[in-house]
Design a protein around this ligand. Structure first.
Ligand SMILES: Nc1ncnc2c1ncn2[C@@H]1O[C@H](COP(=O)(O)OP(=O)(O)OP(=O)(O)O)[C@@H](O)[C@H]1O
Ligand SMILES: O=P(O)(O)OC[C@H]1O[C@](O)(CO)[C@@H](O)[C@@H]1O
Length: 446
């Protein structure tokens, strides 16, 4: 993937003037760690790419490092903050809430932290959702619970009404935890705040089980999702191996990006076929999936197939397009389609198979985070607080080139991150599965 002309400028509400309370370290002992705005992490680490940009006269883009600043913008004794979680669930949502709350409370001394219930709906009076006071006590035992203590929702809400609500509550920093839709909403909220001349910082914390937010190398909860998906694959493999001509078919989440399917397949190298949205495949024909599956059964007697939910949507062409409340396309069930095609194919050939279909579905995203994600969320939430306290706004806290960084919100919503069919991840999946192209050659033109 080659990125060009990425504007890495971070907006601020004004100059940060108050010395950070972190200058007086807890217990008066350990030295405090700070980051300066000019500490930057390069977008590209590849020497050739940097050299090419230089040759083209383009300055090498670099992101501001995330972390505590020496001076802050908000007076903690007067500051009110709000947190909201939107869109689908994801392991680690409660971890993020907890680390934001604890950092605001203990390290900055902020005492007014408010949880907005059920996503953007929580800002709109007509829904009647009350807010939740967040304090170290409220968040003590939430790490072991999946979901979000604040709840979530989908569906458009009036941005001006959201900002009215922020004004009414005298909010200074709004933390928005969600996927590309949430971040698009956050960007609009930040613009509306700016046009009203308000001093409210909007900080995005990217959440996606699909790991598909652009300019975010790793998103929280993904590691856990891979772990859970791996268990499903393991079960499917055991089932497939146990019976003659056993087939284990697993459907995993992944609307437009197949990172979860591809990564989980690598985590358990028992998988023989991986079908993802980015790589088209044929079902029928000499090179198609069904013929290849039959070959695999002939040679090895069992097979494991992983399909991402967004794969093969072209097989439903001509059917009515439906959308959810937020405008996301509702997918047709590729797992069930493939299941029925496998059954029909082997029946027609008189071959007896034992097909087990596993759809872990919402389990993947609604369970608590694993240890790696606990750690990851711990950094992410705290860095979101540091960004907001320093008066920065309209940014997303991201993980890039192994560092936590600030990425302008408008940049992450320009496109979706996808598995590169010519990149290392997919090449390795093909190698590990032994899968080759499942496309038939195009018919020769007369
Ligand atoms: N372009 C947009 N402008 C304003 N609001 C939006 C926009 N896109 C989505 N939203 C709102 O943001 C919230 C979350 O969006 P959505 O349901 O698409 O989830 P998401 O954040 O993309 O997470 P997921 O990855 O789980 O889908 C919803 O309330 C939705 O209406
Ligand atoms: O059924 P819901 O909750 O609308 O969301 C399902 C979608 O949400 C996601 O988990 C993203 O959050 C997708 O992978 C999935 O397609």
């Amino acid at each position: 993937m080659r990125f060009e002309h990425i504007d890495t400028t971070i907006q601020t509400l004004g100059e940060a003037k108050i010395p950070s309370p972190l200058l007086q370290p807890a217990n008066g002992e350990c030295g405090a760690y700070f980051v300066d705005d000019d500490e930057r992490i390069l977008l590209h680490v590849n020497e050739k790419q940097v050299a090419q940009l230089k040759a083209d006269g383009i300055p090498a883009p670099a992101f501001e490092s995330a972390g505590p600043r020496r001076k802050i913008y908000f007076d903690p004794s007067k500051l009110r903050c709000a947190l909201v979680t939107c869109g689908g669930l994801c392991p680690g949502l409660n971890d993020i809430i907890r680390s934001v709350v604890l950092e605001l409370h203990h390290r900055y001394g902020v005492r007014h932290i408010c949880g907005i219930r059920h996503g953007l709906q929580g800002f709109i009076p007509k829904y009647g959702h009350s807010t939740m006071d967040l304090s170290p006590e409220t968040v003590t035992n939430i790490l072991d619970s999946g979901g979000s203590i604040l709840g979530s929702s989908r569906g458009d809400q009036d941005i001006e009404e959201v900002v009215d609500s922020l004004e009414r509550m005298h909010i200074g920093i709004l933390f928005m935890i969600g996927g590309d839709g949430t971040l698009a909403a956050a960007s609009k909220i930040a613009d509306a705040i700016h046009s009203r001349g308000l001093k409210i910082s909007v900080i995005g914390i990217p959440k996606t089980i699909d790991n598909d937010v652009f300019l975010v190398a790793r998103s929280f909860g993904f590691d856990t999702a891979v772990d859970i998906a791996t268990q499903a694959i393991s079960g499917a493999h055991n089932e497939a191996e146990a019976y003659p001509n056993g087939i284990g078919l697993i459907k995993l989440m992944g609307r437009e990006s197949g990172f979860l399917a591809a990564t989980a397949a690598l985590a358990r190298q028992d998988v023989n076929f991986v079908l993802i949205p980015e790589v088209p495949f044929d079902l029928d024909g000499p090179n198609g999936f069904l013929e290849n599956l039959e070959k695999r059964l002939t040679h090895r007697g069992h097979a494991v197939v992983v399909v991402a939910e967004g794969a093969g949507q072209e097989f439903f062409e001509g059917r009515k397009k439906m959308h959810d409340a937020s405008g996301n396309v509702k997918l047709y069930d590729i797992g069930l389609l493939i299941k029925s095609k496998i059954v029909a194919h082997f029946k027609e050939r008189g071959i007896s198979v034992s097909l087990k279909y596993i759809d872990p579905s919402y389990i993947i995203r609604s369970l608590p985070a694993n240890s790696n994600d606990h750690v990851f969320c711990s950094f992410l939430g705290r860095d979101a607080v540091h960004a907001g306290m320093s008066g920065k706004t309209k940014l997303v806290v991201s993980h890039w080139n192994n560092h936590f960084v600030h990425v302008p919100m408008d940049q992450v919503i320009t496109q979706r991150k996808k598995v590169d069919p010519d990149g290392k991840l997919w090449a390795t999946v093909l190698e590990a599965t032994g899968q080759s192209s499942l496309k038939n050659p195009a018919p020769k033109k007369a």
